[in-house]
Design a protein around this ligand. Structure first.
Ligand SMILES: Nc1nc2c(ncn2[C@@H]2O[C@H](COP(=O)(O)OP(=O)(O)OP(=O)(O)O)[C@@H](O)[C@H]2O)c(=O)[nH]1
Length: 195
């Protein structure tokens, strides 16, 4: 998809602030520092619309990005809880759960994992949880530029087996550095948007 327009619409802390125009939404989830902001920026061809930094866990709101006036990317705050308190963790859980359960226009969640490592316990829980609510998941294994091509299949197998990936959920390679996988990721997102 050629992105001609992209903007952040709202950083929402409560449901009353979510957009009301019923456009399809694609959620983006992944543990802190997995490369979610970089993924968004690469997909919408912006250097810095979604902020990237190496400080984990800074995003604690649901950020809605409108793209070509056609769909929203909804950046779900990263899970990776080492540095947050129990009450913050619970507030996070409630916000995300409500969003996922009460949002019929949510067509799929892009779950980002790091191709270099086996998915973490948090990644597995997140995937199981999305499946429990019957949300289609597009699994994106990112930072693939950091692994030699000859080892991609081996790493993908680990991702697939650790997550216990469902056959209907695609697993795609991606690199925000090189742009590898961008067209395939858009293809999958567009396909899910139409469902
Ligand atoms: N080599 C390489 N580095 C990447 C890639 N994607 C992200 N990074 C780097 O990984 C670090 C984290 O990236 P971010 O995009 O800020 O990660 P995030 O998931 O948005 O982090 P939070 O805001 O904590 O949720 C940054 O230093 C990025 O430059 C990639 O595909 N390849």
């Amino acid at each position: 998809m050629k992105v001609t327009k992209a903007d952040i619409v709202i950083s929402a802390v409560k449901p009353e602030q979510y957009p009301v125009d019923q456009l399809p939404e694609i959620g983006l989830a992944g543990r802190s520092n997995v490369g979610k902001s970089s993924f968004i920026n690469k997909m919408i061809a912006r250097k810095n619309l979604a902020r990237t930094s190496s400080r984990p866990g800074k995003t604690q709101t649901l950020n809605f990005y409108i793209i070509n006036d056609q769909l929203y990317f909804v950046d779900v705050p990263g899970y990776g809880f080492a540095k947050v308190s129990k009450s913050e963790r619970e507030a996070w859980g409630k916000m995300i759960e409500r969003y996922i359960m009460e949002r019929p226009q949510l067509k799929a969640v892009v779950l980002l994992v790091d191709l270099r490592h086996a998915p973490s316990v948090d990644d597995v829980l997140m995937y199981e949880w999305l499946k429990h609510y019957e949300i289609p998941v597009i699994i994106v294994a990112t930072k693939c530029d950091k692994i030699p091509k000859g080892k991609w299949q081996k790493h993908l197998k680990v991702v697939k087996e650790t997550l216990k990936k469902k056959p209907e959920d695609p697993l795609l390679l991606f690199s925000s550095e090189t742009g590898y996988g961008k067209d395939a990721a858009w293809g999958s997102i567009i396909e899910h948007m139409k469902r």
